[in-house]
Design a protein around this ligand. Structure first.
Ligand code: FMN
Length: 470
């Protein structure tokens, strides 16, 4: 099946949602933590990097690639960062967001002579493969995978969309973290996916039924040289604790995205940075999703600066080699000095055009599955892409990654401006593309709201290893 057909088949309509179980089978929720039965290396806790907000984007001095900096890479991208408590329930949330907090993604790092899996619950690296020779010199490789079952448990057929968006967020989070450490990070597109899977033993894993883990993307960190021959001799330790008991399978979400000739398209334009009261460390570690907003006005310069940071410049996170032609339908609800109304933001031209003045906040709620976030936000946007940009299934995957990466920028930008954001994966596709934009050639990929949040009392920040179990 073509990726675009998948997208079309998993639209939500006001009177019909994409197929799913329709209820949550709490007894069989898949675990968000994969744990291998193998030796693990606890990651040391390290001091915060004393960097400003703008250093998220600008060049920083390179730190040596060692256990301390690798610990920082994971702490600032994929680690646990807080506990939420509600009545008698407690759950952990992470530096990176995830639809429904289900966290389908897994991450691996290959460094020197070791292949490791990052275990966020224990804040540790589990050694799944070791070689007598160096596997990698001059850098590292990071590989992201996902376990679609975790998302499908709640979202059924639409789960693949969320999985790809979550991976986009993870890529964005890793890129900001690696940039603070002064490292380059580039999408690997010169090695076949089949080979990349072998580097972490993905081709050899004996998954429990319906627990397949699928390859998402791989990245060079710095300028690594890879000894591909040495990987063939590794005996991987791949047994792991099962994730769930009974599992419903949604075949449609298991898609292949063969690598094809994708070229990122960047724009050349200067940027400036408004000062933020928060450091890069605070912005990253205290990022949260807003549950709802106060209906207050935000400053025009904050709104414009947030849009500016989403432009596809060759700077983090897009400089990993993912940048395309996603545009925004913007619902300006409450921005001082900007007329409320419906706008179109063409990212590659940095152009915001008024479509119609007026109060569209109730429409912003309606199109986003009737979620209050849309109505009460200062602004809400919907990311769209023209079908003609999706030249292959691989382009679809890249567009979804890019949408997630834009979402990650929006989350961090909101925090930097003492506001808060929330990703919105639940929206009525055709209301955005056909009703509002009157363009059936568009695909709606992802929505996002920003505003002044209603304070969430339930958040207790934690250290990344606070839930560690022996
Ligand atoms: C791709 C994606 C889609 C999301 N969709 C929604 C949504 O439709 N409604 C909502 O209230 N939150 C949505 N969220 C927010 C998640 O529920 C939130 O990230 C998760 O509960 C973890 O909380 P945290 O972001 O504070 O870590 C979405 C997040 C992501 C990354």
């Amino acid at each position: 099946m073509k990726a675009i057909d998948y997208h079309l088949q998993t639209k939500h309509y006001p009177n019909k949602f994409a197929k799913s179980l329709g209820y949550l089978d709490w007894d069989n929720q898949p675990s968000p933590y994969k744990k291998y039965f193998t030796k693990s290396i606890p990651l040391p806790l390290t001091k915060p990097l004393n960097y400003t907000y703008e250093q998220l984007y600008t060049k920083n001095p390179p730190l040596p690639l060692d256990i301390y900096s690798i610990s920082k890479l994971f702490e600032y991208s994929l680690s646990l960062s807080a506990i939420k408590e509600y009545h008698f329930s407690r759950w952990a949330v992470r530096v990176n967001p995830s639809s429904g907090n289900l966290h389908p993604e897994e991450s691996y790092i290959i460094l020197k002579n070791k292949v490791c899996h990052f275990n966020p619950k224990n804040f540790a690296l589990e050694i799944i493969g070791e070689s007598k020779e160096e596997l990698i010199t001059n850098g590292a490789i990071v590989i992201l995978t996902s376990i679609p079952l975790r998302e499908a448990w709640k979202y059924g057929e639409r789960a693949l969309r969320y999985t790809l968006l979550d991976t986009g967020h993870a890529i964005g989070a890793l890129r900001f973290a690696s940039n603070l450490l002064g490292w380059k990070m580039r999408l690997i597109d010169d090695i076949k996916e089949e080979t990349l899977k072998k580097l972490i033993g993905l081709d050899k894993q004996n998954f429990y039924e319906n627990e397949e883990e699928i390859f998402e993307a791989a990245f060079y960190i710095q300028n690594p040289k890879i000894n591909l021959k040495a990987f063939e001799k590794i005996e991987f330790n791949l047994s792991y604790f099962p994730l769930a008991k009974e599992k419903v399978r949604w075949d449609i979400i298991y898609q292949e995205f063969p690598t094809s000739s994708y070229k990122p398209t960047y724009i050349n334009s200067k940027t400036i940075f408004l000062p933020s009261p928060f450091s890069a460390d605070e912005i990253i570690r205290y990022r949260r999703s807003a549950l709802n907003f106060k209906k207050s006005y935000i400053k025009k310069e904050d709104f414009l600066d947030i849009l500016d940071k989403t432009l596809p410049r060759k700077m983090p996170p897009f400089d990993v080699g993912i940048a395309g032609k996603i545009d925004f339908l913007v619902f300006v609800n409450r921005v001082d000095g900007i007329a409320s109304g419906l706008y179109f933001f063409k990212r590659d031209e940095n152009k915001l055009t008024l479509i119609e003045k007026g109060d569209f906040s109730k429409v912003a709620k309606l199109i986003n599955c009737n979620q209050d976030l849309g109505e009460n936000s200062a602004f809400t946007l919907s990311m769209v892409v023209d079908k003609k940009e999706i030249k292959s299934d691989y382009h679809y995957k890249m567009a979804m990654f890019e949408a997630g990466m834009i979402g990650q920028i929006l989350y961090l930008e909101a925090e930097a401006k003492n506001l808060r954001g929330c990703g919105i994966g639940c929206f009525f596709d055709d209301l955005i593309t056909i009703e509002m934009l009157q363009n059936p050639n568009l695909l709606a990929l992802y929505s996002f709201s920003i505003g002044e949040p209603i304070v969430d009392e339930r958040i207790i920040p934690i250290k990344p290893n606070a839930l560690k179990v022996e």
